[in-house]
Design a protein around this ligand. Structure first.
Ligand SMILES: *[C@@H]1O[C@H](CO)[C@@H](O)[C@H](O)[C@H]1NC(C)=O
Ligand SMILES: *[C@@H]1O[C@H](CO)[C@@H](O)[C@H](O)[C@H]1NC(C)=O
Ligand SMILES: *[C@@H]1O[C@H](CO)[C@@H](O)[C@H](O)[C@H]1NC(C)=O
Ligand SMILES: *[C@@H]1O[C@H](CO)[C@@H](O)[C@H](O)[C@H]1NC(C)=O
Ligand SMILES: *[C@@H]1O[C@H](CO)[C@@H](O)[C@H](O)[C@H]1NC(C)=O
Length: 876
């Protein structure tokens, strides 16, 4: 029976086209989907418990939710948990009417096959996907029979990392309905003793604070509990809605009487190192900042604001410089200069006057910075005891100069030679983050995402604070030879104040009596060695007396850290080395039941081992995909963007015409395909056509040999196949396939294919209804034109054959805000301007940036003839 209950499953990295296995009211916004799907009261969630146990920074978290279906029909029950991206899921079980279905961790490929099988049988549900900045979302749904109840239990583990002087645990609280039995319980055990503990939540009112939240710590133990009664959960005394919705954050730190602490249990050890009170080592820092055109607007303003704030915090003994890169590189000073008040003042002026240019030459920006730091060292123009750092910020991908990511990595690696760290900051959504991360990891640094948001300035400052106070350089953690196995990373370029170095490993001799570890590093004034000696017997006794939490936590902590580091190393490995790292990480993930990017969680029905469902996949950083080549589309007001075959660069132009005008986009005499588009105007009734925006409002696609046509408007889609006509609304989810064509509609886009090699996409831009001026409009994309003939014509179609052009004579406006150049094309010399447009093929809401050369005057000179040649009387 139970098999009939599994529902359609989806797994991470979801394309928006994945359909759920149940009808969804189209007017319901997606976020509103909740534990109670339809009518409130049908599904009662009567208990939600979050239990977190932290031992020595290693947290073990169990989220349990129980619900009962009070309706008289089967209902879908959802279980949503948001967990930290750095956590690994370790277990998931589902209990329906007392029958438990346990989870197992399997290799991803194996799990995927089972998943595909389960899906083909129309069963199961489960997914993890990135959600917000720090969290990812785990979702499972099951169909529960009338009167039945279900319990979900999810377990995940994480090593809490010390950052700016504290450990932070994030719990997302979002029960979506009043829950009779709601509770968060956190128990912390830290052998060094707890020095501070706090818990706060964005949604907590004074009343809740006093009565529902308790927090306390003493000695080695800390405790937080949050247990709001039903009434306390109400958003108002008579409301049926819950006010619990937001982040619940627990922060704590441990005593730092000794610089290090070693713990050993069952032959595994962990060594924490965070010395206090050392003088800060002066630093030499070069900021390498992207000033390409796509940084325009908020991004460059926020970057400048952050740099100005950072300048306030730079200490006088530090040295600094700024390097700006676009198609070329500008440096503030030829060499690093000391942060004297005069220089800081000058630097502020420099930052304020940063102007944007074009292109993104990451390679040259970085190489100049690295060479400058190397030279300063060689020529002793910076203090002997100082740290060097490169901080690079970009919002795009390299596209001029050396633009091959692997080549840039090679250049940077051989220039830095492990002498200092490189930090990379990826601003916004259009960065090749995998590349930035590889670049940083390979050079002892790390990468950070800066989210395009109102707090981007704070995010940038926050990053800088983390690396602002180096206390040691060249840190090496050493253990007696031949006493230790399977050591995690034990050398660090810099130790920053407020952070912590964690090394774990295995003892060769489990029964050894004494454990000794040395940490060596160069301080601001002298070289330092910190020695830690441990009497094993005494320690084991002390820890056992506590008998506090799960006994093997150090072993699991070691496994967590090892897997994390193997996965990082794997990002830069190739060939057999990569295979070896993958094999090692996989073996450990399976052994310790961690859902990592190499494994999946699979739930098995006890009586039927073939019948499994894939429950949890860990998404990696969403992998960046640059727009594929070539591309042709028209979108916006209306912009034609064409990435020409055989040329890396794109061209773009506008067509300014009256609303109502129909333009020929494609006409192919060989395939018999024609695409036309009609222009609409915004609601503004400005008589001055310059101020009025126009968009694509209707698209007509005709396949003459097939006697097939589609008309797409912002309201509906009409398909006519011979004499048969069907009309769909944008709210429908429709797939029509036949031998000759396929049509897919999914609320925001329509994709039509005429066999392999010809695929078009129309996207619907929906503008908020009440907005005075704008109305909904369309974008038209040629996804695949392989089978279109080179005899094609039309504003897009003529570019299906190669077009040669060359751009030269770059120059910028006085305020450097725009790049102008000369384009040689079809024997014309055209004045062109660097433009930035958006491509909404993959993401209808946000789009991705594309750069192009903008041709003025309705594309004159680059299109055949003049634009009015492309005006046709009507859509068909
Ligand atoms: C998963 O959780 C279930 C229920 O708590 C438990 O019985 C089982 O042993 C756990 N599995 C693992 C591998 O920890
Ligand atoms: C859950 O279901 C079982 C079996 O149907 C029942 O005995 C139990 O009381 C139910 N629990 C709740 C809280 O409804
Ligand atoms: C990886 O390589 C090391 C030696 O470089 C070898 O000892 C180890 O067995 C290999 N691991 C796997 C899983 O292949
Ligand atoms: C259009 O014109 C009318 C009358 O002139 C005016 O009342 C209305 O506000 C205008 N609409 C817009 C969007 O400007
Ligand atoms: C679009 O961007 C916003 C804000 O940056 C983000 O919250 C949202 O998830 C993005 N949408 C998609 C579909 O990625």
């Amino acid at each position: 029976m139970a098999s009939a209950r599994w529902l359609c499953l989806l797994v991470a990295l979801l394309s928006s086209s994945v359909a759920f296995g149940f009808p969804r009211s189209p007017s319901r916004p997606r976020e509103k989907r909740s534990v109670v799907e339809e009518k409130a009261g049908d599904i009662e969630v009567y208990s939600t418990k979050v239990s977190c146990k932290v031992t020595s920074r290693f947290s073990h978290n169990v989220v349990t939710t129980s619900a009962v279906n009070r309706a008289d029909a089967a209902k879908e029950v959802f279980f949503d948990v948001e967990l930290p991206k750095t956590a690994f899921i370790t277990n998931f079980t589902l209990t329906i009417d007392g029958v438990t279905y346990p989870g197992n961790v399997k290799e991803k490929e194996v799990a995927k096959k089972q998943y595909e099988k389960a899906v083909s049988q129309g069963k199961t549900a489960g997914l993890v996907k990135a959600s917000g900045r720090k969290l990812e979302k785990f979702t499972v749904s099951v169909n529960v029979a009338a009167g039945s109840n279900v319990t979900f239990e999810l377990t995940y583990e994480e090593l809490l990392k010390r950052n700016k002087g504290k450990y932070e645990m994030y719990l997302k609280v979002k029960p979506k309905q009043l829950v009779k039995d709601f509770e968060i319980l956190v128990d912390i055990f830290e052998p060094q003793g707890i020095s501070m503990l706090d818990a706060e939540a964005s949604f907590i009112t004074n009343d809740l604070l006093e009565s529902a939240l308790t927090k306390s710590f003493s000695g080695k133990k800390g405790h937080v509990s949050f247990k709001p009664s039903l009434d306390q959960q109400r958003s108002c005394p008579t409301c049926g809605e819950t006010l619990l919705n937001g982040d619940f954050i627990i922060t704590y730190d441990v005593n730092r009487e000794t610089p290090a602490n070693v713990q050993i249990v069952n032959g595994y050890f962990v060594h924490f190192f965070a010395p206090q009170g050392l003088p800060v080592v002066p630093k030499n820092v070069v900021f390498v900042i992207d000033v390409s055109g796509s940084m325009s607007g908020q991004k460059i303003k926020q970057t400048k604001d952050a740099l100005l704030k950072i300048l306030e915090d730079i200490k006088e003994e530090d040295y600094l410089n700024f390097i700006l890169f676009s198609h070329d590189v500008t440096t503030w000073k030829d060499t690093l200069v000391q942060a004297t008040p005069e220089n800081i003042q000058e630097a502020r002026e420099f930052v304020k006057n940063i102007a944007l240019r074009g292109y993104t030459n990451i390679n040259d920006g970085l190489m100049i910075a690295i060479n400058m730091l190397n030279k300063a060292r060689e020529e002793h123009t910076v203090p002997e005891r100082s740290t060097s750092t490169v901080i690079m910020l970009t919002d795009g991908e390299p596209n001029v100069g050396e633009s091959r990511p692997d080549k840039i990595q090679e250049n940077v690696l051989s220039a830095i030679q492990g002498k200092f760290p490189l930090y990379t900051l990826g601003f916004g959504r259009d960065v090749n983050y995998n590349f930035l991360e590889s670049l940083a990891l390979e050079n002892d640094g790390f990468a950070r995402r800066i989210y395009e948001d109102s707090d981007a300035t704070l995010q940038l400052q926050g990053f800088y604070e983390e690396v602002a106070n180096p206390l040691l350089t060249g840190v090496e953690v050493e253990y007696p030879e031949n006493a230790i196995l399977d050591l995690t990373r034990n050398t660090y370029q810099h130790f920053y104040d407020g952070s912590e170095i964690v090394v774990a490993g295995r003892l060769v001799d489990k029964d050894m009596n004494n454990f000794k570890a040395d940490v060596k590093g160069h301080g601001a004034l002298t070289d330092l060695t910190f020695t830690e000696e441990v009497d094993l017997k005494e320690m084991e006794k002390a820890l056992q007396e506590q008998d506090y939490i799960f006994g093997s936590y150090i072993e699991r902590l070691w496994a967590y850290l090892t897997i994390e580091q193997l996965l990082d190393k794997r990002k830069n490995a190739h060939g057999s080395e990569k295979e070896n790292l993958t094999a090692q990480a996989l073996e450990l993930s399976l052994k310790y039941h961690f859902v990592t990017p190499l494994t999946s969680m699979v739930v098995t029905k006890p009586e039927d081992s073939d019948n499994q469902m894939d429950i949890a996949d860990k998404p990696g950083e969403a992998s960046y995909q640059p727009p594929s080549n070539p591309y042709y589309y028209v979108d916006g007001d209306p912009h034609f963007i064409i990435q020409v075959r055989g040329n890396k660069d794109a061209i773009c132009f506008n067509i300014d015409e009256e609303p109502g005008t129909v333009l020929r986009l494609i006409q192919d005499p060989i395939t018999g395909l024609t695409v036309n588009g009609q222009i609409i105007g915004d609601k503004g009734n400005s008589s001055n056509s310059k101020n009025r925006k126009t968009y694509l409002g209707k698209v007509g696609i005709v396949n003459a040999p097939m006697d097939f046509r589609i008309e797409v408007t912002t309201e509906k889609i009409t398909q006519q196949n011979g004499a048969a006509q069907s009309t769909f609304s944008w709210l429908d989810t429709v797939t029509v396939t036949s031998e000759r064509f396929s049509l897919k509609i999914n609320r925001e886009a329509l994709v039509v294919s005429f066999g392999e090699g010809i695929t078009f996409k129309v996207v619907l831009h929906q503008v908020w209804k009440k907005q005075a001026v704008h109305l909904n409009y369309l974008g038209f994309y040629v996804l695949d034109s392989d089978k279109m003939s080179t005899k094609s014509h039309g504003l897009l179609g003529q570019f299906f054959r190669p077009l040669a052009f060359k751009v030269s004579d770059f120059n910028t406006d006085n305020d450097h805000s725009k790049i102008h150049a000369t384009m040689l094309v079809k024997k014309h010399r055209l004045a062109v301007t660097r433009g930035y447009q958006k491509d909404y093929r993959k993401d209808v809401h946000n789009g991705t940036h594309v750069s192009c050369w903008f041709i003025h005057n309705n594309g004159q000179g680059v299109i055949d003839g003049v634009h009015s040649d492309y005006i046709v009387p009507d859509l068909f």
